[in-house]
Every structure is written in C-alpha cells, then in structure tokens.
Design a protein around this ligand. Structure first.
Ligand code: MRU
Length: 367
C-alpha cells in the first residue's frame, strides 16, 4: 500500500540493516507515526501495547523480535528466553507461535556466529511470503466478488468486514481486504460496511483509515448494525480475517465475529473468512473449547480515546466508577457457520477434509 505516494509495508528493516521499523498503529487514525525498535524489549512492548497487531503482522514482528534478541545474545539460553517472552505477549493469534518456531528452526543447527544472519534471512522471507500469500488470497476472493457483481450490474457489491484484517494487520495488502482492494482497482463497484467499533475500534480507526487512503467507498457502523443491514438486503457478503483456524475449520477472530456469522446464516448472506496458512492450527480441533481467548485491560472498555475539536488526543471515561468490566478480545465461530475459507490455495470448505486436502503437509505434522 502507499503512504503519501510511497509504497510502504507495515514492518521493515531500517537502513542500518538490523533495527526494525514499524507503524505505531495506536496513533492511527489521527496521526501516521513510525517507530524504530532496537531490542527485544521494544518488540515485546510493541506487540503487547498493539502498536503492531493483526495475526500475520504479530508473527512477522515476533520473528524480528527474535532477530533483535539474537543480536544481543545468540546463545541457546537467550533464544529460549526470547521465545518464551515473545510467546507470552498475545495468546490467541497462532501466527505468533508459528513464526517463533520458524526462526528457531532456522537458527537451531547453526553455529553461534551464523545465527543472527540466519534469523534475519528467515524473518525477511516470512514477510515476503506473507505478501505473496495475501496476493493469492486476493485473487481467489476477487472471483467471489466478481460473481456477485455480475448478478447486480450497475450496483456496488456490499461487503461487511469486522475488525481490521487489512494492510495494517499483515505485512502488505491484507487478508480480508485483499479481494476488496483488487476489486476496487479493477473498477468493480464496491462498498464496505466497516465495524468493530468496540472494544478497540479497530474497524473505525484502522480499516476505515486504510480503505479511505486507497479510495475505497466505505461506511463505519456500530457493531450491532450488521444484523439489521443483512435483514434489509444491504450486505452481499461478509469477509473477515482470523487469528486462528482449527483443524476442523472453526474460526477465532475479534470479538463479535460470531454474532455476525449467526446473523449471516439467518439471512442467507455468505460468510467468508480469509486466512494465510500460518493461521491454521492443526494441533487443535474444537475452537470453542481449546483456543485461549485473550482478555485485555478493563480500560479498553471503560474509556475511549479520540481527537477533540481543537486537535488534542484525549481519553475519557465512559463507565461509572466502580462498575466491573470484562474485555474478551476474541470469539470463535464454529465451522458450520462459515461458507468458505479463502486461502492462498483457493476457497476451501471449512472442514477437516477441506483443510487437510489443501494443506496435507501441515495437517500430517499436526501444526
Ligand atoms: O486484536 P487485533 O487487532 O490483533 O485483532 C485483529 C483481528 O482480529 C483480525 O481480524 C485478525 O488478526 C485477522 S488479521 C489478517
């Protein structure tokens, strides 16, 4: 994607060849700011505080976090400590563990003096692979949009997306947004209903920002609006991302996704999930029972941050003093509610068979 006309990824190696640049996503949509990270602790903070977030980007960031740790100390002990520290930052997105395992596999059998270079090489590959995967997801998802467009000539295809599974959640392009950007670039009329307006406003702050930058028509809605729109024929398809898909095709994504899937089922609206293969966790089956659901700080619910009329960024409390607050960050949509999984290898049935047939090499290893 371009920022001020310049092609920009969400994570990059700085010109010094070892420190890591990121976009500070907590400053969006009001300010575009970047940060230079030079140590493991910087990366841990960035992931925990959600300066970087979104499952595939968390994976890429963790990979570079390992690189920064190795720069300081390439010993086996240090690698183990860095792995454990990064793994504990966010529990739900499986891409984090996948990327950490990839780096460990790349450096494990290397002599100490070769480990840093091997880690940086694999981290760069993870980033490039992510971009290629998203392009493939885009091409497969585009066909779904084209089919709908052909059925309603002259009218825009209305897509509903939840949270941010866009450019900002990955290294470039996005998962759920890849088909949307490709359709828009091809001149297909498309309009996006944007939600996740609570708990973190990732739709309102991030998806709306990046769609707007790319010129894609969109409308921000309150999270609870989706069902109403579907009842009135105002949504042609739902396309969301995911933080973990189980071996049987259950989908874990930002809290509220499950309710969108239920509403979609009740209204015969197709519900698609876009994912890169590192998001599949073949080690778990029943998503509701087995996926750890991150619970985040109460302040994300009890307060809201925004820009005042005179341009100041302020946080205000919106819950009475003393009220208990719960902040579950993700939920699980059972496979039976998912119309299809859009992967780099095509659109699959959300089932054990569908996933195993498309990714036999992963399914057999159970990871
Ligand atoms: O809590 P976040 O902002 O990291 O959660 C992001 C989401 O839920 C996305 O939909 C998901 O990571 C898919 S990313 C392509």
């Amino acid at each position: 994607m371009k920022v001020d006309g310049k092609p920009t990824r969400t994570i990059w190696l700085e010109p010094d060849g070892w420190s890591v640049g990121i976009i500070d996503q907590t400053a969006l949509p009001h300010r575009f700011a970047t940060l230079r990270l030079t140590a493991l602790d910087d990366m841990v903070r960035a992931i925990k505080s959600m300066q970087v977030r979104g499952a595939p980007l968390i994976g890429a960031a963790a990979a570079y976090g390992m690189c920064l740790a190795l720069c300081a100390d390439p010993s086996d002990d240090a690698i183990e400590r860095a792995y454990a520290t990064l793994h504990a930052t966010r529990p739900t997105a499986i891409n984090l563990k996948w990327a950490l395992d990839e780096i460990v596999a790349a450096v494990r059998n290397q002599p100490r003096e070769a480990r840093v270079a091997a880690a940086y090489r694999r981290a760069a590959e993870i980033c490039d692979e992510d971009v290629a995967i998203n392009q493939a997801i885009g091409r497969h998802g585009l066909k779904l949009i084209e089919e709908i467009a052909a059925r309603k000539p002259g009218k825009p295809v209305n897509v509903l997306t939840h949270c941010n599974a866009g450019w900002l959640a990955v290294v470039d392009l996005g998962t759920a947004t890849a088909p949307i950007y490709m359709a828009h670039d091809k001149g297909i009329g498309i309009h996006v209903w944007v939600d996740e307006t609570r708990p973190r406003n990732q739709g309102a702050s991030l998806t709306a920002w990046e769609l707007g930058r790319h010129g894609v028509p969109h409308t921000v809605i309150a999270d609870n609006t989706g069902g109403h729109l579907m009842q009135h024929g105002m949504v042609d398809l739902v396309m969301v991302g995911t933080d973990r898909v189980t071996a049987q095709g259950d989908v874990c994504n930002k809290i509220g996704t499950y309710l969108k899937a239920l509403a979609a089922k009740d209204n015969n609206v197709p519900f698609y999930v876009a994912l890169p293969s590192p998001t599949i966790d073949f080690a778990v089956s029943d998503g509701v029972a087995e996926i750890p659901i991150e619970q985040r700080g109460a302040e994300e619910q009890s307060a809201m941050t925004g820009r005042t009329a005179d341009g100041r960024i302020e946080t205000v409390q919106i819950v009475p003093d003393g009220s208990a607050v719960a902040n579950y960050a993700f939920d699980v949509t059972p496979a039976r509610l998912v119309t299809g999984l859009i992967t780099e290898r095509g659109v699959l049935e959300a089932s054990r068979e569908g996933l195993k047939t498309a990714f036999p090499e992963r399914a057999e290893g159970g990871r």
